[in-house]
Design a protein around this ligand. Sequence first.
Ligand SMILES: Nc1ncnc2c1ncn2[C@@H]1O[C@H](COP(=O)(O)OP(=O)(O)OP(=O)(O)O)[C@@H](O)[C@H]1O
Length: 226
Amino acid sequence: MERIIETEHVNRVFAVSSGEFCALKDINVSIPEGAFAILKGRSGSGKTTLMNIIGALDYPTSGKVRIAGNDITEMSETDRENMRRNMFGFVFQAVSLIPTMNAFENVEFSLRMAGISENRKERVEECLRRVGLAGRMRHMPAEMSGGEQQRVAIARAIAHHPRILFADEPTAELDSVMAAEIVQMFQEITKKERVTILMTTHDTGLMDAGDMLIELQNGEQICQKQ
Ligand SMILES: Nc1ncnc2c1ncn2[C@@H]1O[C@H](COP(=O)(O)OP(=O)(O)OP(=O)(O)O)[C@@H](O)[C@H]1O
């Protein structure tokens, strides 16, 4: 199976008032297409830093990052931006839906922004059904629970058929039942939407939920298990 995400000797050093801080040290991850990969580690272990580098939101200080075989550290900023827009989807801890739009309109708006006009209504409905919100399409964000709002954010992030979905602590603000539901939904999404998912979490209860686990400790990769 094709390796859609590969990092080679990735390091990230930040300049801090006391000198330099090495947030990532020699990270080598390899994720096959279609996998649900969990990036685990305690607060401050480097999860967000690594996800931002793989998601073309930041650059490594040294090392290579290949997405579908292409080294994204060598790409122009325009190409990186196009890749983020067309090939990637992003979900964050804090849900940021447009409060004046209902669930359907929130997902449709993102497709409109992506310039997709064909079968838009059908695709929005399909994505909302995929996340279990068939009966809530016309609900406003304020009328939905935190877990339901996060589901809308996930539907919005997959609507344009990204190849990789990045989810940074998407369950951090949810209770354990809702968190388990979101993670189970990610499993289904990888199969039905043929998308690769990279999710960060510090929740030890979710460790076994993915197809593979990458664990960071103080910026070092302590394991990659399949
Ligand atoms: N811009 C920055 N400048 C300096 N240090 C930074 C910067 N960004 C992150 N760090 C440091 O790098 C380390 C890793 O941060 P990161 O946000 O990647 O951790 P994390 O595992 O995602 O943590 P959390 O679970 O709390 O979000 C932390 O010690 C953090 O203080």
